[in-house]
Design a protein around this ligand. Structure first.
Ligand SMILES: Cc1cc2nc3c(=O)[nH]c(=O)nc-3n(C[C@H](O)[C@H](O)[C@H](O)COP(=O)(O)O)c2cc1C
Ligand code: SF4
Ligand code: SF4
Length: 246
């Protein structure tokens, strides 16, 4: 079973390719999060999670979803982290490996898949041309990981774990994961798209203007999918290209 979470489409794109190649079921985690539900999953094939990297680890909302759900049948778990530059694999392997052990799943390793950067409230998304090239390169790299999953082999992680997963990640959540700077400009047409795409139901329309309510995971879904480019994050995203892979 291939389960994915995405803010801007990268992880869904990778998950679709993997599920097709493995001839396996594809499950979107977001509807579970939106309904505040956990899952009781059954699969005779390994569980493959495809999710974005948030500050050198998987999104904590996904970690919590995995911890609170049940996984029957096959006990093997693979983790595929899409990222803009590096997923800090050794640190992720250690931390996520411990989580798998705690919930009686067998961690089979982590692979990173470099995809276009989407963190536009801090960095920049690549141009359309560069993004296409990055995606094409990622697609060429996928078969080797897929082959290993098919054969039931581990995805080997070399190197010492960097401290980013353990030290920087908590600071990131404390300082940077905030929705306070989000606002909508007069370009907003009250279409409700931001409301529907938020995986945490953190946005409502009040008097035809979106409001953010403090439960944000910085997935970039709202700011990147607004059809009129009306969403800003203080001055941080002004004039920057929005990135979204349909
Ligand atoms: C809040 C946030 C934190 C991120 N942290 C990292 C990071 O630590 N390393 C990295 O290489 N990319 C990082 N990225 C980039 C994303 O992991 C990357 O663009 C990913 O493919 C987005 O996946 P999605 O389109 O499925 O949401 C970050 C993006 C966001 C929004
Ligand atoms: S998606 Fe954009 S236009 Fe639509 S309601 Fe949200 S801010 Fe307004
Ligand atoms: S408010 Fe926007 S960035 Fe925050 S979780 Fe919802 S969609 Fe993602």
């Amino acid at each position: 079973m291939v389960l994915y979470f995405t803010g801007t489409g990268n992880s869904r794109h990778v998950a679709r390719i993997i599920a097709k190649e493995l001839n396996d079921e594809l499950v979107d985690i977001t509807p579970f999060l939106k309904e505040n539900k956990t899952g009781d999953f059954i699969s005779d094939k390994p569980y493959v999670f495809v999710v974005p990297t948030y500050s050198s680890y998987l999104p904590l909302i996904v970690q919590k979803f995995i911890e609170d759900s049940t996984f029957s049948g096959n006990k093997d778990v693979y983790l595929l982290l899409t990222c803009g530059a590096s997923a800090a694999k050794p640190g992720v392997a250690k931390r996520f490996g411990q989580l798998c052990q705690k919930i009686s799943l067998r961690f089979m390793g982590v692979e990173q898949v470099v995809m276009p950067e989407n963190y536009i409230t801090l960095f920049f998304a690549p141009s359309e041309k560069t993004a296409s090239e990055i995606i094409a390169k990622a697609e060429r790299k996928l078969p080797s990981a897929i082959e290993k999953i098919k054969k039931g082999e581990t995805l080997r992680v070399k190197g010492r774990y960097a401290l980013t997963t353990y030290l920087v990640n908590p600071i990131f959540y404390k300082l940077l994961v905030t929705d306070k700077p989000y606002y909508a400009t007069d370009a907003c047409v009250a279409c409700g798209k931001c409301v529907s795409v938020c995986p945490l139901n953190n946005i409502t329309l009040n008097s035809d203007k979106p409001m953010w309510h403090g439960n944000c995971t910085q997935c970039m879904a709202c700011i990147s999918q607004c059809p009129t480019l009306a969403i800003e994050y203080g001055k941080k995203a002004k004039g920057k290209r929005r990135y979204y892979l349909p």
